[in-house]
Ligand binder design. Structure first.
Ligand code: NI
Length: 163
């Protein structure tokens, strides 16, 4: 396995809509393995391809007992709402409270290309939403109010300078 470099805000690839995953081969399996290793090393619960510099619709996650690979993910149902502290490996894990649906159904393909649906609640639902957003070029800070977004950006700049 190989640890990958995590792409950080404001890299352009983080703001782009990813291309669909079309090849379900050994190369994809290796990429997913490397993404899991990178995510665990960074103590994250989810990691999307744009976060390792690849403009692809793909993420891995291991959150709240749900471990999966999601290629070409879509959110097909959502209900309720939750407000919780959220952060992102591409923004220095600086947290801010953000509203997301409480219950989310994800539709995606596994590493073999088989379609599946998975419904989650709470933290795992937040993760489904956050990682699918990455595949659409959306960061959690894009969903914050301008004031909160500036606060996170400032903290991140400080962290990069002194960290
Ligand atoms: Ni993220």
């Amino acid at each position: 396995m190989t640890g990958l470099k995590i792409t950080e805000y404001p890299a352009v690839v983080l703001a782009e809509v990813g291309a669909p995953v079309e090849q379900f081969d050994a190369e994809l399996a290796k990429l997913c393995e490397d993404m899991f290793e990178t995510m665990y090393a960074a103590e994250g619960v989810g990691l999307a391809a744009p976060q390792v510099g690849l403009g692809l619709r793909l993420f891995v996650m291991d959150c709240d007992g749900i471990k999966l690979v999601a290629a070409n993910p879509e959110i097909v149902a959502e209900e309720g709402e939750q407000v919780g502290e959220e952060g992102c490996l591409s923004v220095g894990k600086i947290g801010a409270p953000l509203k997301r649906p409480m219950r989310v159904t994800l539709r995606a393909q596994d590493m073999q290309g088989n379609w599946y649906e998975r419904t989650a609640e709470g933290l795992a639902a937040r993760c489904f939403h956050h990682e699918t957003d990455h595949c659409d070029g959306t960061l959690f800070i894009d969903r914050l109010t301008p004031l909160k977004r500036d606060m996170v950006k400032k903290k991140f700049q400080k962290q990069k300078k002194w960290g």
